[in-house]
Write a protein of this length. Structure first.
Length: 211
């Protein structure tokens, strides 16, 4: 079973869009689940992330839904619910089997999920996915954001392969910035999982990422 965990350098960088791209690609080789372990703010007039990413080619699963658009721990407290990494892992492990899974985190990779400070990196370490994809907005500053996120995952002794997806979420970058971001990742020895263009959202997967 291929398990891809999609996280981000920040919130609103396009994680759901990228999760959907992976789900659609994996659906060519079997049943796919799109899983949102915890979601904050689905009750404020927008559709939930898992169904949006799943589309018509995958099964959506939202494990813990919190109505207010706040960080998970704050949203859980406002909803009168307890949120912890053990609880999240317990719910996750009760999911039915599937050929492939695409899991989308909430917010950035270091967002706490437990009052003790455990976060998505600890969740990743526990479930041991096939690949971790860090979505970074393709703009000036992307190299720094990518290096920080990847270094953080390495500091947590994540053994899973980590790659970056550059996503033009909000504005078109100049040709110079576009090229510099890719050169910067290469110089930093960070794998590029793929990228999405602005407006047309044309997805380009890195060669060799899928067999």
């Amino acid at each position: 079973m291929a398990v891809i965990f999609v996280t981000g350098s920040d919130t609103a960088v396009g994680k759901t869009h990228v999760a959907g791209l992976f789900a659609r690609r994996l659906a060519k080789s079997g049943r796919v689940q799109v899983i949102k372990p915890v979601e904050s703010g689905a009750g404020v007039g927008r559709p939930a992330d898992a169904p949006r990413a799943a589309g018509s080619w995958a099964e959506p699963h939202t494990l813990i839904s919190l109505p207010e658009p706040l960080a998970p721990l704050a949203a859980a407290e406002r909803a009168g619910k307890k949120l912890s990494l053990p609880r999240l892992l317990d719910v996750y492990r009760k999911l039915p089997a599937s050929t492939h899974r695409v899991i989308e985190g909430a917010g950035g990779v270091a967002v706490p999920l437990d009052p003790s400070g455990l976060d998505w990196a600890d969740f990743i370490k526990a479930i041991k996915p096939s690949l971790v994809v860090v979505v970074v907005e393709d703009r000036l500053g992307a190299i720094n954001q990518a290096r920080l996120a990847v270094a953080y995952l390495k500091s947590k002794k994540i053994k899973t392969s980590v790659a970056v997806w550059l996503n033009a979420a909000h504005a078109r970058t100049s040709r110079e910035v576009w090229a510099a971001n890719r050169d910067g990742l290469l110089c930093s020895k960070i794998k590029l999982a793929g990228d999405s263009g602005y407006k047309k959202q044309k997805a380009i997967f890195a060669s060799g990422l899928f067999s």
